[in-house]
Design a protein around this ligand. Structure first.
Ligand code: F6R
Length: 609
């Protein structure tokens, strides 16, 4: 995820900015850059690491004011021209977030003669700021920024400099983190406190819709109406190591907690509740082509394959499309029967999984149109597939996929609704219900996260077991698969994910009083069926842990432990249940002192066959 930093004070800015950017490296990034005021604004940026950036900054660059950025590509590839800071004449801007209306603004600013040098959404902020400072008499940087943020839709933490006002650094925030560090004769701005913790622990957290400026010895903060705000400083109690994980013990836990925001980023700017539509222009699929489609083939591995199973049910129900889900490593050596009127969807968070890439090449050789659902801009799959739907979950550092999985689910919901509306399979009202439900998910995930103590207690109760079963039906079947995969991957407990109706065809022989069975039993048309399966395993003395809706008053009668999720649209419940199972795995692995972020034998990106 992008990180911004800013410094103004009595020290040399370059070493402080570079050190701050290094502290933000843990967030993940592909490019970096700085602007320093040295009589004029001098900007250096590069696609690559901070150590590469150090080599392009002149040794003798002096200046006491600067801003810097680590970029994790969301709009435009990881290339130097897309790295921040972005400039417009005498202003320089760094930004973390997504500007949803950037295309509209870009068109307007291009019409006014502004030349765009990057593919980013951020460059519109720089030009808009320059325009607003100059269009109507001369405005100062702060007033220009106040005008600018009024026109931005989306999320942003911005730091900006103007060559004519080197004594100030301006900032603004909405839906992206921004914190100010207060030093002695020096002030700092950053996406998180880690960036300047070496210099100060005294901070002010900037709230949404606040704007302000730093001078070496003072800070001014204003609300949207231009009223000056008086804010208390807080003292950070963390040490540096903890702060790198934003206070969480592991990246996995941090990433689980990021899901309210990460899924919001996945659907930002794409859902119209009013019209019951999902806009996915980036796929460049013509309505006529969508109507002609006969079949979908989903290709993926591991967690992404589990997401694919949910995708199958969604495409069949919402878009009336027969869908197969193929394991990439098998598909590439099989003899698929494919024809032109099919869509191949490759799901891969890394975009680099060798088997998935090879399978997509194979499907393209049959003339199939392909879409990649991936989290990494510029990854290899984005060059192999005909078009790309980015999940925008931010970098995932823990090996076990968590936030990228739920972001994949959101991408699949959006794609299924989009195809289903164009193909006339679902009505605007059905789509509206789903869209309203998707928009409620971030808040509902937050509620699940608030119940982590109950999940932790449950995990500790069964952490010494040798085997676990996860069962679910219909949309809860892929949730069971993913729950089992997560548990075995990080806690090394043998776990099986099963379609609950299949138990009696063999695995029931393994169920004993020593086998916890997790039944995903959220409400839906298979609810009665899963209750029967629960009774089957209870009859073999298994301990049953149910994942059930808040308003389910019946389930307690049949099971030993209930882990609750907020009641939601039947099709959307898998997102919430998955978060419960991620936490269950996490706390089980924690109780067993496992290496959670780097499980044995596993890699984040599987680039070999
Ligand atoms: C499990 C996990 C793996 C990946 C698999 C495919 O937590 O992360 O099972 O899902 O290696 O990786 P991508 O999605 O990068 O193709």
């Amino acid at each position: 995820m992008c990180g911004i930093v800013g410094y103004i004070g009595s020290e040399q800015a370059v070493p402080i900015l570079l050190e701050s950017l290094k502290m933000l490296e843990y967030r993940g990034y592909d490019s970096a850059g700085v602007t320093v005021f040295n009589g004029s604004l001098e900007t250096y940026k590069i696609a690559g690491r901070i150590k590469d950036l150090e080599t392009v900054i002149p040794q003798n660059l002096t200046g006491n004011t600067g801003i810097g950025h680590t970029r994790w590509a969301t709009h435009g590839k990881p290339e130097t021209r897309n790295a921040h800071p972005h400039l417009s004449s005498n202003v320089s801007v760094v930004h973390n977030g997504i500007i949803e209306n950037y295309m509209e603004l870009k068109e307007r600013l291009s019409g006014l003669g502004y030349e765009f040098l990057s593919d980013t959404d951020t460059e519109v902020i720089a030009h808009l700021l320059h325009f607003n400072m100059n269009c109507d008499g001369n405005k100062c940087l702060l007033d220009g920024l106040a005008e600018t943020v009024k026109e931005l839709e989306g999320s942003y933490a911005i730091a900006a400099l103007c060559a004519e006002e080197p004594e100030i650094l301006a900032f603004a925030r909405k839906d992206s983190p921004l914190v100010i560090g207060i030093g002695e004769g020096s002030n700092y701005a950053a996406s998180d406190v880690t960036a300047f913790l070496r210099h100060t622990k005294e901070v002010i957290f900037i709230n949404d819709n606040e704007i302000g400026l730093l001078r070496p010895g003072s800070i001014e903060i204003f609300d949207q109406g231009g009223n000056r705000l008086s804010r208390e400083t807080e003292t950070i109690e963390w040490d540096l190591e903890a702060a790198e994980k934003a206070g969480y013990e592991h990246f996995m836990l941090k990433e689980i907690h990021e899901q309210p925001t990460s899924i919001q980023n996945t659907f930002a700017g794409k859902l119209s509740e009013l019209e019951g539509t999902v806009t996915l222009d980036e796929l460049h699929l013509e309505p006529a082509e969508i109507k002609r489609l006969r079949r979908v083939t989903i290709i993926a591995c591991g967690t992404s394959w589990n997401a694919g199973i949910l995708g199958k049910y969604l495409f069949e129900k919402l878009a009336g499309l027969h869908t197969d889900v193929e394991t990439a490593s098998e598909f590439r050596y099989s003899n698929p029967v494919l024809c032109g009127e099919e869509l191949t969807i490759a799901i891969t968070q890394s975009g680099e999984t060798a088997d998935t890439l090879a399978a997509v090449r194979s499907s393209s050789s049959y003339g199939c149109r392909s879409i990649a659902i991936t989290n990494v801009v510029g990854s290899t799959i984005t060059r192999e597939a005909d078009s790309v739907l980015y999940t925008r979950a931010g970098p995932e550092i823990g090996v076990a996929a968590t936030k990228t999985f739920t972001a994949q689910l959101i991408a699949l919901y959006m794609l299924a609704i989009n195809l289903g509306r164009i193909r006339g399979i679902i009505s605007a009202n059905e789509a509206k219900d789903l869209i309203v439900g998707i928009k409620r998910l971030p808040g509902q995930i937050q509620k699940v996260l608030g119940r982590k103590d109950v999940i932790n207690d449950c995990a500790m109760q069964f952490a010494d077991k040798r085997d676990y079963f996860f069962i679910g039906r219909y949309l809860n079947y892929p949730v069971a698969l993913e729950g089992a995969l997560k548990l075995k991957e990080i806690s090394y407990i043998h776990a099986e994910g099963y379609a609950a109706g299949e138990l009696k065809h063999g695995p029931l022989a393994l169920i004993t009083e020593d086998t916890p069975v997790v039944a995903i039993a959220t409400k839906g048309h298979t609810y009665e069926k899963i209750l029967s399966n629960i009774k089957e395993v209870k009859a073999r003395n298994a301990t049953v842990i149910a994942v059930a809706d808040d308003d389910d008053t019946e389930i307690e009668k049949y099971v030993d432990v209930v882990l609750r999720v907020p009641s939601s649209h039947e099709l959307l419940a898998p997102v919430l249940s998955s978060v419960v199972l991620q936490l269950l795995s996490y706390y089980t692995a924690l109780a067993k002192y496992c290496s959670i972020d780097k499980p044995r034998n596993l890699a984040k990106s599987v680039t070999v066959e």
